[in-house]
Ligand binder design. Structure first.
Ligand SMILES: [Zn+2]
Length: 119
Protein backbone atom coordinates (compact mmCIF):
# COMPACT_ATOMS: atom_id res chain seq x y z
CA UNK A 1 0.00 0.00 0.00
CA UNK A 2 1.74 3.16 -1.15
CA UNK A 3 0.95 6.53 0.36
CA UNK A 4 -0.38 9.19 -1.97
CA UNK A 5 2.53 11.54 -1.36
CA UNK A 6 1.43 14.36 -3.64
CA UNK A 7 -1.95 14.48 -1.95
CA UNK A 8 -0.30 14.35 1.49
CA UNK A 9 2.12 17.10 0.53
CA UNK A 10 -0.76 19.29 -0.65
CA UNK A 11 -2.61 18.70 2.57
CA UNK A 12 0.44 19.53 4.69
CA UNK A 13 1.06 22.67 2.67
CA UNK A 14 -2.58 23.71 3.14
CA UNK A 15 -2.29 23.21 6.89
CA UNK A 16 0.90 25.23 6.91
CA UNK A 17 -0.76 28.05 4.95
CA UNK A 18 -3.48 28.19 7.59
CA UNK A 19 -0.95 28.95 10.29
CA UNK A 20 -0.34 32.65 10.41
CA UNK A 21 3.21 33.64 11.20
CA UNK A 22 3.71 34.15 14.92
CA UNK A 23 2.79 37.63 16.02
CA UNK A 24 5.00 39.24 18.59
CA UNK A 25 2.63 42.18 18.94
CA UNK A 26 1.38 41.27 22.40
CA UNK A 27 4.88 40.62 23.64
CA UNK A 28 6.17 44.09 22.85
CA UNK A 29 7.25 46.08 25.83
CA UNK A 30 4.73 48.65 26.92
CA UNK A 31 5.26 51.66 29.09
CA UNK A 32 5.68 50.26 32.58
CA UNK A 33 2.40 50.47 34.44
CA UNK A 34 2.55 51.80 37.97
CA UNK A 35 -0.74 50.18 38.99
CA UNK A 36 0.14 46.72 40.42
CA UNK A 37 -3.05 45.16 39.02
CA UNK A 38 -2.24 46.48 35.56
CA UNK A 39 1.26 45.05 35.89
CA UNK A 40 -0.10 41.65 36.90
CA UNK A 41 -2.60 41.62 34.03
CA UNK A 42 0.16 42.56 31.67
CA UNK A 43 2.31 39.67 32.81
CA UNK A 44 -0.51 37.16 32.48
CA UNK A 45 -1.25 38.40 28.97
CA UNK A 46 2.39 38.03 28.02
CA UNK A 47 2.51 34.51 29.39
CA UNK A 48 -0.59 33.47 27.47
CA UNK A 49 0.70 35.05 24.27
CA UNK A 50 4.07 33.32 24.67
CA UNK A 51 2.36 29.98 25.20
CA UNK A 52 0.17 30.41 22.12
CA UNK A 53 3.13 31.42 19.98
CA UNK A 54 5.03 28.46 21.33
CA UNK A 55 2.30 25.99 20.30
CA UNK A 56 1.82 27.56 16.91
CA UNK A 57 5.54 27.60 16.23
CA UNK A 58 5.71 23.94 17.16
CA UNK A 59 2.92 23.15 14.66
CA UNK A 60 4.65 25.12 11.90
CA UNK A 61 7.96 23.36 12.54
CA UNK A 62 6.24 19.96 12.50
CA UNK A 63 4.45 20.73 9.24
CA UNK A 64 7.61 22.00 7.57
CA UNK A 65 9.51 18.96 8.75
CA UNK A 66 6.79 16.67 7.37
CA UNK A 67 6.90 18.38 3.95
CA UNK A 68 10.66 18.00 4.01
CA UNK A 69 10.27 14.27 4.69
CA UNK A 70 7.85 13.95 1.77
CA UNK A 71 10.40 15.64 -0.50
CA UNK A 72 13.19 13.41 0.80
CA UNK A 73 11.12 10.28 0.31
CA UNK A 74 11.25 9.33 3.98
CA UNK A 75 7.74 10.40 4.90
CA UNK A 76 5.79 7.87 6.93
CA UNK A 77 8.80 6.30 8.63
CA UNK A 78 9.01 6.68 12.37
CA UNK A 79 11.72 9.22 13.19
CA UNK A 80 12.87 7.42 16.30
CA UNK A 81 16.25 6.08 15.26
CA UNK A 82 15.97 2.70 16.97
CA UNK A 83 12.46 2.19 15.61
CA UNK A 84 12.15 3.31 11.98
CA UNK A 85 8.82 1.50 11.58
CA UNK A 86 6.28 2.47 8.96
CA UNK A 87 3.72 4.71 10.63
CA UNK A 88 0.19 3.39 10.42
CA UNK A 89 -1.71 4.95 7.49
CA UNK A 90 -4.77 5.73 9.60
CA UNK A 91 -2.51 7.55 12.02
CA UNK A 92 -0.97 9.57 9.21
CA UNK A 93 -4.42 10.35 7.90
CA UNK A 94 -5.43 11.73 11.30
CA UNK A 95 -2.13 13.47 12.01
CA UNK A 96 -0.26 14.01 8.74
CA UNK A 97 2.60 15.86 10.42
CA UNK A 98 3.37 13.23 13.04
CA UNK A 99 6.98 12.07 12.94
CA UNK A 100 6.45 9.09 15.25
CA UNK A 101 4.63 5.80 15.22
CA UNK A 102 2.03 5.28 17.90
CA UNK A 103 4.18 3.33 20.34
CA UNK A 104 7.09 5.80 20.11
CA UNK A 105 4.70 8.70 20.58
CA UNK A 106 3.28 7.07 23.68
CA UNK A 107 6.75 6.47 25.07
CA UNK A 108 7.65 10.11 24.49
CA UNK A 109 4.47 11.44 26.02
CA UNK A 110 5.14 9.44 29.13
CA UNK A 111 8.28 11.51 29.62
CA UNK A 112 6.96 14.92 28.73
CA UNK A 113 5.24 17.47 30.94
CA UNK A 114 1.49 17.53 30.65
CA UNK A 115 1.15 20.75 28.71
CA UNK A 116 2.87 19.23 25.69
CA UNK A 117 0.35 16.42 25.35
CA UNK A 118 -2.39 16.29 22.73
CA UNK A 119 -1.11 19.16 20.60
ZN1 LIG B 1 8.48 4.27 16.25
Amino acid sequence: MALDLSRIRERLQGMLDNEHPPSREVLRERTPASDPIAVATDNVEKEIAALLIDRRTTRIIMLEAAIYRVDKGIYGNCRVRECGDQIDEKRLEAMPATPFCRSCQEKREGKQPRRFRAA
